[in-house]
Ligand binder design. Structure first.
Ligand code: ZN
Length: 498
């Protein structure tokens, strides 16, 4: 093998992996957007073949040899190629370390667990899901050993979602937030809540669709490269930097639901669209980690989207879409309504202030589950106890308790903390941005271009070229969760007159 030939092989391998990913992603997107109801069978067969072929391609000994050959000559590679080889070797090692039969068993288990979880949630019956969840936990503890046997199992899993993050880091992170947020929540509990009844008037889906188009325009999302469709749960699919899809869901009695989901997914989309061209169709395309991705979505959703200047800027236009519903409402009333902070049961509906406590409950449970100090059968009881302790709410049933999220049924343990980290990264990015540029002048006239450009330069363009920790450092400096706590304290003290 000579170097040029190996580099051509490297590019070809990544293009093939991209093609499998795109094909499989398109099928999944089709399934939840436009496919007729009873068409899963044919897609399932195609998905199975695609997954098998992708696995065969990537786990072959020739790929291992190619990556080793290039790694031995990494001094002769440019940064781009070196990073590609480094990332691919990491994935290759992980994939080939899991025995093929376990990999297959696990894939089947996840498939089965998803169905069980859906039914268990529907009937609020944890027992129905328990046996599958026990197996999922056991698999993940085992896989953690394959990922990195030198680490505690939960640390190894955390590292898969946010490289460099471990329990020590998160314990401190959550302790800081808890110390600052809990007293705020208690203080707010004593205050009168703003009226938000107008958010629940009747907002026809058709008008909301037009409003979404307007929001995407304000966000600067080029509709020639970013489409929007409707699904039960909103999400973003970034196929490449010229083809990103977001989805939303219209609830005619909750106008803010689709509004903030469009802004949230729009933040994810902006990230994907701004990754630089030379990373496309390689393993470095797309966002670098869950936490950094979430920092971008929550940046637009909360730090910008729930700010007073932004709401003042878009409110006159919003009233054109909903003249009757908002006839007697001012921008200031709207601002207060969408920032109402109140402990609740459901994470995805939580406000900006209490959100992290929902994540903390899940973190505590996962830590003990994977660490072997909590049995699956004791999850409901622990969940309900922690909700009472952190949020002061009583959980009436498991549907609105430990069965509410889909993550565990998909085998994702260690994923939740990235949501809270993302919120904290975002707040620190904003603090730095405010030092660099005039953020609020342009935003108050509905112009997000400078904000976007700052994020493009510091975060988006790099895709996976830098380690997540490096990207965070670029945009945040030394990460300090108290910056996020300061932000929350200032915002909510003003809102509630604390
Ligand atoms: Zn998100």
């Amino acid at each position: 093998m000579e170097l040029n030939g190996a580099l051509a092989g490297l590019a070809e391998l990544q293009k093939k992996l991209y093609a499998y990913q795109m094909a499989s992603g398109m099928l999944s997107l089709d399934a939840v957007t436009v496919a007729p109801k009873d068409t899963a069978e044919g897609r399932g067969i195609a998905q199975g073949v695609l997954a098998g072929e992708r696995h065969k391609l990537f786990s072959s000994p020739e790929v291992g040899e190619l990556l080793d050959f290039l790694w031995d000559r990494r001094d002769q590679l440019d940064q781009l190629r070196r990073r590609q080889v480094e990332e691919l070797r990491r994935s290759y090692a992980q994939l080939t370390r899991i025995p093929a039969d376990e990999y297959m068993d696990y894939a089947m288990l996840v498939n089965e667990a998803d169905d069980l979880w859906h039914r268990a949630k529907e009937n609020s019956d944890f027992e129905l899901f328990r046996p599958a969840l026990e197996k999922l936990v056991a698999f993940n503890i085992k896989f953690a050993g394959y990922y990195d046997s030198a680490k505690a199992p939960y640390d190894a899993l955390l590292n898969e979602y946010e490289r460099g993050v471990d329990m020590k880091y998160l314990d401190e992170f959550f302790a800081t937030l808890c110390r600052r947020i809990v007293p705020l929540i208690h203080a707010i509990g004593e205050k009168r809540q703003p009226d938000d009844s107008f958010l629940h008037r009747h907002y026809p889906a058709q008008a909301q669709r037009k409003f979404s188009d307007y929001l995407m325009e304000v966000l600067g999302l080029d509709r020639a490269h970013c489409a929007i469709s409707e699904t039960e749960h909103p999400f973003t699919d970034g196929f490449n930097n010229k083809d990103v899809r977001i989805t939303t869901n219209y609830d005619e009695n909750n106008v803010h639901f689709s509004m903030y989901s469009v802004i949230h997914e729009g933040g994810h989309a902006k990230y994907e669209l701004n990754v630089s061209d030379d990373l496309q169709y390689t393993c470095l395309a797309g966002g670098v980690s869950m936490g950094v991705h979430e920092s971008q979505s929550r940046f637009f959703e909360n730090l910008i989207g729930r700010s007073r200047p932004f709401i003042e800027a878009i409110f006159p236009k919003m009233r054109e879409f909903f003249p009757e519903q908002l006839e007697d409402v001012t921008a200031e009333q709207f601002y207060r309504a969408v920032n109402r902070a109140q402990p609740s049961l459901i994470r995805t509906e939580a406000d900006e202030l209490t959100y992290c406590l929902h994540v903390m409950v899940r973190y505590e449970i996962e830590k003990q589950l994977i660490g072997g100090t909590l049995a699956v059968k004791d999850i409901p009881e622990t969940w309900n106890r922690l909700y009472k302790e952190y949020l002061g709410v009583d959980v009436p049933d498991d549907r609105r308790g430990c069965l509410q999220d889909s993550h565990w049924s998909g085998g994702a343990f260690g994923y939740f903390p990235s949501y809270a980290l993302g919120s904290a990264y975002g707040a620190q990015m904003l603090a730095n941005m405010e030092r660099d540029i005039d953020v609020w002048g342009p935003v108050s006239s509905g112009d997000l271009s400078q904000v976007s450009e700052w994020l493009r330069e510091k975060v988006h363009q790099y895709g996976g070229l830098l380690e997540p920790g490096q990207v965070v450092k670029n945009a945040c400096g030394q990460f300090d969760p108290s910056v996020f706590a300061d932000y929350l304290e200032k915002k909510y003290s003003e809102l509630y007159g604390l």
